[in-house]
Design a protein around this ligand. Structure first.
Ligand SMILES: Nc1nc2c(ncn2[C@@H]2O[C@H](COP(=O)(O)OP(=O)(O)O)[C@@H](O)[C@H]2O)c(=O)[nH]1
Ligand SMILES: [Mg+2]
Length: 310
């Protein structure tokens, strides 16, 4: 099974919502009229693209259809695919976010239970496979179990994990970890943080403090502020991103649990609304179930060619 086939299988729930409805429209070789656009919009809303993003995509698609004189619904389908890829690609960032810095520091943030710690372990594993030295920092000092969970991943992946006892100052752990990463010539320092509701002021302040303390050590830190969101939360994901972005300026997104939801369209909405690049998508609980986000592969898995399946 190639990774693209794997992606196709994992995105089946969202595809059933989005693509099967679209095939109903496009498969009937209708004339392109207003009712076709309305039906496309309905399908997009069902796949959780949201009103604003659906309308944006439709307006771009209408112009494209007019300019390129689309005659068939098949051409319209191709145009829709292209339009979504363009939206997703536009959020890919041109700046490299310290890609070559060593240690490159990633701060993982997000609300509770979305898959931050698991995704961090998956990212660590990817880096290791590329021959990089990785260190983890357990800055979710809020729950004792969270420190143990990261330690467990560290044992499994044979990675150093910097910890302090439950209740310690998370910013102090981050600072210690950065110093350790520098002295041990680590390539990637991945910092796990406590889940917090975006409405929880104190915890947001703690996150800002972690960032400030790192910035004091080196103004380029953290190179990446990666927010994990659970696709299953659908449109709520957008307000979560908005609050975190305002508080600590996100540089990337990791969208998890796309395997278990029909709301995968929220990936497109997130890219369109905030222009924050999607770095990774999570498509299962295993270590290998994290993919680098490739817009064209994602769109192909959601809206395949009619006779395709791979
Ligand atoms: N199906 C599925 N489960 C996931 C994915 N990512 C994380 N999980 C599960 O989500 C649960 C919460 O993950 P955790 O990393 O502890 O979340 P955190 O509270 O944000 O750190 C765990 O049971 C993970 O195995 C994913 O992409 N797909
Ligand atoms: Mg966690």
């Amino acid at each position: 099974m190639t990774s693209k086939d794997g992606l196709f299988a994992r995105l089946s729930k969202t595809r059933q919502h989005l693509a099967s409805g679209l095939f109903g429209i496009f498969g009937t070789a209708k004339k392109i009229d207003e009712s076709v656009y309305e039906e496309i919009e309905d399908q997009m809303l069902m796949a959780d693209l949201g009103v604003q993003t659906s309308q944006h995509l439709l307006s771009v698609l209408r112009k494209k259809a007019h300019r390129q004189r689309y005659q068939t619904t098949g051409e319209l389908m191709t145009g829709l695919r292209e339009t979504i890829v363009e939206v997703l690609a536009a959020s890919e960032c041109s700046s490299d976010h310290g890609r070559t810095a060593r240690p490159r520091v990633t701060l993982m943030v997000g609300v509770n239970g979305v898959g931050k710690t698991t995704s961090l372990a998956k990212i660590a594993h990817r880096y290791q496979l590329n021959g990089n030295r990785v260190m983890l920092a357990a800055c979710d000092t809020f729950r004792a179990a969270a420190i143990e969970q990261l330690q467990c991943w560290g044992d499994r992946l044979e990675l150093p994990v910097i910890t302090q006892p439950h209740g310690a100052d998370a910013a102090a752990v981050a600072f210690d970890a950065y110093q350790a990463a520098c002295s041990r010539q680590t390539d990637h320092l991945l910092i796990d943080t406590a889940g917090r509701q975006h409405t929880h002021g104190d915890l947001m302040e703690q996150l800002k403090k972690i960032k400030r303390v790192l910035e004091k050590a080196d103004s380029a830190l953290p190179h990446e502020v990666l927010m994990t969101v659970d696709a299953g939360n659908g449109q709520n994901v957008l307000s979560q991103i908005g609050s975190f972005h305002e508080a600590i300026a996100l540089t990337g997104l990791c969208v998890t649990k796309l395997d278990g939801t029909a709301k995968g369209g929220v990936v497109i909405a997130a890219a369109q609304r905030y222009g924050i690049p999607i770095r990774y998508i999570g498509v299962g609980e295993g270590l290998e179930d994290l993919r680098e986000f490739v817009p064209a592969d994602f769109v192909h898995a959601l809206i395949p060619e009619r006779d395709g399946g791979s």
